[in-house]
Structure formats: structure tokens, C-alpha cells
Write a protein that binds this ligand. Structure first.
Ligand code: SF4
Length: 216
């Protein structure tokens, strides 16, 4: 575990100093991501916004507050999951990241996934969906579904920022969190008290973060 922590710290430092693409010239801070390195659940968004750029932490603005609320709504603590983005530096004016920027930053997310080894990845928005599952349907079709690739489970969701000012999307996002809740309950129940061998014990994560009445 110490080796993993050291690797995560080194990767974090490398991202904060990265100058691989042009976004390094306009960012205030690169935003590697936050969360326990043995998290069973990872959430992946698009790119840092203004508040994230200013603080160096992901999902700390209005969209972050909504994400926290959605997680709390299914009894899951934000502190129990690893949160990051496909692009680690803010695109100017919050524009969509360019294909070249996504490609340049891709190795960092890939390394984070290799380190964290999450069992479940929440894909927040179309950019995260198509970065990690290029053959997936559009987010309007894929949201709220459970996609399996290898041993990993992906759940695409609308991005909280898109739902902030769209009541219809927010309703859908809240409904889709029920799917996340259901998968977590099934995985927690299926794994009992066992350890998956890599530190990712979903049942342990749940027992740490779920309220008593929410535990399977
Ligand atoms: S967006 Fe990614 S590749 Fe581009 S400068 Fe930032 S960390 Fe480096």
C-alpha cells in the first residue's frame, strides 16, 4: 500500500507540473483528483471549472455541491470515492476540451485507474463516457444504464453541471442515482465481508460510508 501511495503522490505531482498541452498556459492550477487511492468507486467528469482551477480540487463549485448532494442521497460519502476528470486543466471559458487535449491528458487518467482499481466508475457526462467507452451509445441513451467492460462496471450519468439549470435533467439524474444505489447494494451484498485482494473491498467502503439504515 505504501508503494501505491508513493506512486499516487508522484503522479499527482507530475500532473500539477505538466506542460504537455496548451491548457498549461491558461490554468491557475492543474487538478489531478481527490479521494482514497483504494476507493472502490471512482467518478470521472469532463474538466475543471473556474472554482476547481482556483483551488486545485475537483468538483468544488456548484456542480460539486450537487454531486455531493446526489451521493448523500444514496447514503454514499464523497470522501469514500475518488473523483477526477478526463482533462486535468481548465479549458478557457469552460469550453469543451479539444480532442488533442483529451488525448494528451489520457495517460494520467489511465494511470489513476490502474492505481485505484475501482470496481465501479461513474461516468459524468458525454466526454467521460466516450473517453472510457468509445463504442458506447450517446449519453442520452446510455445514462442510468450499467455497462460492463472486463471486470469493471461503468454507470454513465448526466454531468451535474448540465443538470444544475435544467430541471428535467436533474430529475433524470436523481432517478439514475437509484441505479448507482442498486449496484452498490448488490455488490456489497455479493462480496459479503471478503476482500477482493487489491484493497478494493466494496463492502468495506459501504460499511464505512453508508448510513446504518442504508447498509445492505
Ligand atoms: S490538460 Fe493534462 S496534458 Fe494538458 S497540461 Fe494539463 S495535465 Fe498536462
Amino acid at each position: 500500500m505504501q508503494q501505491v501511495d508513493a506512486s499516487a503522490a508522484a503522479l499527482d505531482a507530475e500532473i500539477r507540473a505538466c506542460q504537455t498541452c496548451g491548457l498549461c498556459t491558461t490554468r491557475t492550477n492543474a487538478v489531478p483528483g481527490d479521494g482514497p487511492i483504494n476507493a472502490a468507486v471512482m467518478a470521472v467528469g469532463e474538466a475543471p471549472g473556474q472554482t476547481e482551477d482556483a483551488t486545485g480540487h475537483p468538483f468544488v463549485g456548484a456542480a460539486g455541491n450537487l454531486l455531493n448532494s446526489l451521493l448523500e442521497g444514496i447514503g454514499l460519502s464523497r470522501s469514500a470515492i475518488f473523483i477526477t476528470n478526463i482533462v486535468k486543466c481548465r479549458p478557457p471559458g469552460n469550453r469543451d476540451p479539444l480532442d488533442g487535449e483529451v488525448a494528451a491528458c489520457a495517460p494520467y487518467l489511465d494511470q489513476q485507474i490502474d492505481l485505484v482499481k475501482p470496481e465501479i466508475i461513474l461516468l459524468l457526462g458525454r466526454h467521460a463516457l466516450h473517453r472510457l467507452i468509445p463504442d458506447a451509445p450517446t449519453i442520452s441513451k446510455a445514462h442510468g444504464t450499467v455497462l460492463t467492460r472486463g471486470e469493471r462496471t461503468y454507470i454513465p450519468l448526466y454531468h451535474p453541471a448540465a443538470a444544475l439549470y435544467n430541471g428535467s435533467l436533474l430529475t433524470t439524474l436523481r432517478e439514475d442515482m437509484n441505479t448507482v444505489h442498486q449496484v452498490l447494494r448488490e455488490r456489497g451484498a455479493a462480496q459479503g465481508s471478503g476482500n477482493s485482494g487489491n484493497g478494493n473491498t466494496l463492502s468495506r467502503q459501504l460499511s464505512l460510508s453508508w448510513t446504518a439504515e442504508e447498509q445492505p
